[in-house]
Design a protein around this ligand. Structure first.
Ligand code: NAD
Length: 373
């Protein structure tokens, strides 16, 4: 109990979190994190010390069983800063040319790839060949074929591949999923996912197709895709999509600005989603069933995630998403824990197949069938 209490404090939970509701998704998670002398700590090196890499590094400082022990970067000054800030030994610091040598480093278990999207494939495959577990940011790749190649490489190397789907560990999200599984919304009939922000600097890698593989869809629209799947609890069987651009000079060929897309599901449920770099304050999920509904806004931002259902406000603990994610990933890697919603490479490939189909639907104007199994 003592170790669990420490974790709860570390995860910066509010006092409310410590009162015990009938079902508490965070409690369910942390129970498995009770640390015993046999609990293994996940020793992680971060590749790509940019804005999200920095956020993950800070979040790891509050983890119960994950430790930042190494870095991979092309910028020596950043490596120096991180070495002193996080007490990282020089022997655990690599650059993009020499990081294959990580295979000879017994003090690193996993590499978290947090670089531009188009680099993920080669970097994850190199991590796998070095015999280390790979954690990779979303989108896992720039298309499904690359994603599958990453899955295959990790399998061949006998290492795990996990995708940074932090919402799969977020307590209010898990509560809505629990309610849906318990039948509290009845038959699910509709989902709406609205995801977007106005992107700034036109020279950034996110607006360069060679580095990003696409625009808003790869970056933020993927949350609506992934959300449609975990909120409805089914895989879509068809997609239709339409694209608009307010500024074709900034959003060049290969960079989508705004795409509206629709899914159909075998149960008869449908989804209607919006992915955009044209609108701010767009972070909303709505789920409708025959007996009730859930609405979340913000639904996928860094939090706090807020929302309500037909039964009242969502009131699960507020957590630092990446802190919970990393400790849950330690449990997945070392203890074989099965998360409520998968975060493995196969899960990432499903989202990539859907993105491929959305781009095809935009191009052809046709309804595109999906077979995600
Ligand atoms: P960023 O631009 O802030 O950082 C990218 C890092 O990659 C930098 O350290 C940069 O130096 C390095 N890099 C290496 N080669 C580069 C190149 N050729 N061009 C540009 N940068 C290069 O980006 P970010 O926001 O940290 O995003 C990185 C990844 O993390 C992306 O895949 C993104 O989708 C993902 N991300 C996920 C979340 C989330 O909530 N899960 C949030 C933000 C970003």
């Amino acid at each position: 109990m003592k170790t669990r209490r420490i974790f709860l404090q570390k995860a910066s939970l509010s006092a409310i979190a410590l009162s015990v509701p009938a079902f508490n998704p965070l409690a369910a998670m942390t129970d498995s994190l009770t640390l015993s002398k046999d609990t293994k700590t996940l020793r992680v090196a971060i590749m790509g010390l940019g804005s999200y890499g920095t956020r993950v590094a800070e979040a790891i400082q509050k983890c119960a069983r994950t430790k930042l022990v190494g870095v991979i970067s092309g910028t020596p000054s950043k490596v120096e800063d991180w070495k002193s800030k996080y007490n990282i030994p020089a022997k655990n610091c690599y650059n993009y040319e020499n990081f294959d040598a990580i295979k000879d480093n017994p003090d690193i278990d996993a590499v978290y790839v947090i670089t531009p999207n188009a680099q993920h494939k080669d970097q994850v495959i190199r991590v796998a060949k070095a015999g280390k577990h790979a954690i990779c940011e979303k989108p896992m790749a720039v298309n499904a074929a690359d994603g599958q190649a990453m899955v295959d490489a990790c399998k061949a190397a006998g290492v795990q591949l996990l995708i940074g789907y932090r919402m799969h560990f977020e307590p209010n999200t898990l509560e809505v999923i629990r309610m849906r599984k318990a039948g509290e919304f009845g038959d699910i009939r509709f989902f709406q996912g609205l995801c977007g922000f106005v992107i700034g600097d036109p020279t950034q890698w996110r607006l360069n197709p060679a580095l990003s593989g696409g625009g808003a869809m790869m970056d933020i629209g993927i949350y609506a895709i992934n959300g449609a799947r975990y909120m409805i609890g089914e895989e879509p069987i068809w997609v239709t999509a339409q694209e608009t651009k307010s500024n074709p000079d900034k959003f060049i060929e290969g960079i989508d600005e705004t795409i509206t897309f629709q899914f159909g599901f075998a149960s008869g449920a449908t989804a209607s989603c919006l992915s955009t770099y044209y609108m701010n304050n767009l972070d909303k999920f709505y789920l409708n069933g025959s007996k009730g509904w859930a609405e979340m806004q913000p639904s996928t931002g860094y939090g706090p995630i807020k929302g309500e259902t037909h039964k009242g406000p969502l009131s699960e603990p507020i957590v630092t998403h990446q802190t919970v994610q990393m400790d849950e990933m330690a449990a997945i890697i070392f203890d074989g824990k099965k998360p409520e919603v998968p975060v493995n490479g196969e899960e990432g490939v499903k989202d990539m197949k859907i993105i491929d189909a959305i781009f095809k639907a935009v191009k052809t104007g046709e309804k595109v069938s999906l077979n995600l199994g």
